[in-house]
Structures are given as C-alpha cells and as structure tokens.
Design a protein around this ligand. Structure first.
Ligand code: SF4
Ligand code: FES
Length: 326
C-alpha cells in the first residue's frame, strides 16, 4: 500500500494505483477532470492533458518535487507522495490553457449539438474556460460521416481522445480503424465504418466525451434536459440488458448505458438494446435515474416529480378549502 496526500487529503491505496484513481477513491473536488481516460478501456489516458496535477513531493524516499505537471491518469502514486490539484494555481492555469487548446478546433455549436447538457467539454469549459476565444485562424472542418446506419461522426467536434478506437479494439472482433495523420490533420479514420457490423460498436457513442459520435436513431429528437432518464432492464443474451431509457412522456427517445459520476458506463450494452428496443413495453422500468454529475441534466431533476405533484394537489386542496370558507 502507498500513502498519498492529494489537496491535503491523505489516502492509502494499493501500489500501482494512478493519482487519478487514488483521487477517485475519495471523490469530490479533489478528483481531476479526465477527457480521455476511461477506466473500462485498457490503455486509455495520456492524450488530453486535462488531468494534469502538481507533485510537490515525489515520495518519502525521494522527496524532490516533479519538475513539471504530470498527467494524473498515467502517473502512479508512490508512498509519501504529495499532490496538488485544485490547491495549485499552476494546475488551474495550465487547465485553462488545455481547455483553450481543446476549443481551438472544437466548434461552439452547443445550441444544435445532441451532446449539449451532458458534454464533458462543455462542463470543463464552464469550469476552467475563458469567456472569449483568442483564436482568429480558421477552424478545421470536415464532412459529416455516416458510420454505418446508426452512428454519425462529426469530426469537427472530435478532440482525439482515442476512446472510440479503444472500443473498436477491445469490444469488437478486430480493430479496423484508428486515428490517421498527425497534428491538426489527425482524424478518426473512416475505416471505423467497418465496426458497425459488430454488436458492441454503439458503445463508441457512450464513451465519446463530446458530440462527435451521435446516435442516428435519436439525433435531434430532444434536448437532453427535456427528457426523463429512467433505469430499465430486459433479458438480453448479449449484454447485461441494464440501460437508461431517455423518455419523453411514454416515448423512448434514446437508450444508453448507465453512466457513473465520471461519465463512464457501468457496463457496455449491445446494439440491439441500444438501437432496436425503443418501445417502453420491451423494458422493465425500475424508476428515475439519479444523475450524479454536475451538469444541466441533474438540474431541475424530475426525480421528485411525484412529491411535487403531491404538494401541488395538497396546496390546491388548501386553496379550495379557503375559498369554500369564504
Ligand atoms: S470521436 Fe469522440 S471518442 Fe472518438 S476520438 Fe473523437 S472525441 Fe474521442
Ligand atoms: S485524462 Fe489524463 S491525459 Fe486525458
């Protein structure tokens, strides 16, 4: 075991744990944001630099500070390590720079983007971004690509986190796509189209931290904050069958995996559950899903709609009684 102190909080974690996962074991504000790391995808992380932290003491044996900020998703803790995240002005300044870089090419089309309201970059931008861009050059643009008949790729919005390529590599039979070219010419290869044959390819949509990969069966169906996420399950022979139904009235607009407070799915779901089961009768609905993440989808939460309705009925009765009494 190794003892590590993050933002003044001392924790003990198994050797080989990354700083990010050590922070996640405590939770709360000491957890650095992560745009490319995904605990369920092996090899992910180390691409976006949003999780940078400052190591002010390397270990008990070698207390020298690390000379540069380090990516917490790729740096393992050492016994006696001292880490600063939100308590370091250097980290907060660097994070602002990272957000600015991520937004150099990412279009600010949130008003029409399906991911708005549940977008990691949008949340990161609100927390660490500047109010205006200093970028004057033309942004790179791409044609939208159909990845099979169910997934749409908006390469303009891609932040090259590589998560979808790990889905291709680790959840489908064989890897048929990746990132081609380098620098600002880098893009997700259209070979990704071939993965659509696989029953788990739809998980690319769930792991994408921005609106670059969207579900064509649900695109432009509704703003996410107008829908009710409901936990539901069905007997499925391919996956756990445990999903979230995003409903409007009785209509199922979208089916996704169940995500935790870090935006990661609990378990990957199959394409049949995701794309083909849009009738509420095909599901056993468990109840409203609690959204833990700080996001617009957790505001105005409908979880308490039942209590609100009961309160309204109670007040209506009280008003009616007062009127009757004159
Ligand atoms: S399409 Fe989405 S998941 Fe794939 S690399 Fe781009 S941002 Fe990441
Ligand atoms: S989450 Fe660590 S570099 Fe992206």
């Amino acid at each position: 075991m190794a003892k590590v102190t993050i933002d003044g909080v001392e924790i003990e974690v198994p050797d080989g744990t990354t700083i990010l996962n050590a922070a996640r074991s405590v939770g709360g504000d000491i957890v650095p944001p992560a745009m490319c790391y995904y605990s369920k995808l092996e090899g992910s992380g180390g691409k976006c630099r949003t999780c940078l932290v400052k190591v002010t003491q390397g270990s008990t044996n070698d207390p020298r500070p690390m000379p540069k900020l380090v990516p917490s998703c790729r740096t393992n803790v050492m016994d006696g390590m001292v880490v600063e995240n939100t308590t370091s002005p250097d980290v907060l300044e660097a994070r602002k720079g990272v957000v600015e870089f991520l937004l150099i090419n990412h279009p600010l089309d949130c008003p029409i983007c399906d991911q708005a309201g549940e977008c990691d970059l949008q949340n990161l931008g609100y927390k660490h971004g500047k109010e205006a861009t200093r970028y004057e050059e033309e942004r790179r643009t791409y044609e939208k690509i159909d990845i099979g008949d169910k997934i749409k790729l908006h390469m303009d919005r891609c932040i090259l986190c590589y998560r979808c390529t790990f889905v291709g590599e680790q959840l489908t039979d064989e890897r048929k796509h990746g990132v081609i070219n380098r620098g600002d010419h880098a893009e997700i290869s259209t070979y990704i189209e071939k993965n659509i044959d696989n029953e788990f390819s739809g998980n690319m949509i769930d792991v994408c931290p921005v609106g670059a990969l969207t579900d064509k069966t649900a695109r432009f169906g509704s703003r996410v904050w107008f829908t009710k996420p409901m936990d539901a399950h069905r007997n499925c022979t391919s996956c756990s069958g445990k999903v979230v139904l995003w409903m409007k009235g009785e209509e199922v607009l979208r089916v996704t995996g169940r995500k935790d407070q870090y935006g990661e799915v609990d378990s990957f779901i199959c394409n049949t559950c995701r794309f083909d089961k849009k009738d509420a009768k095909e599901w056993t609905i468990e109840g409203p899903r609690h959204i833990n993440r700080k996001s617009v989808i957790s505001a105005n939460h409908y979880e308490h709609l039942k209590e609100i309705k009961e309160d309204i009925v109670k007040y209506q009765k009280q008003i009616a009684e007062k009127i009757n009494k004159g």
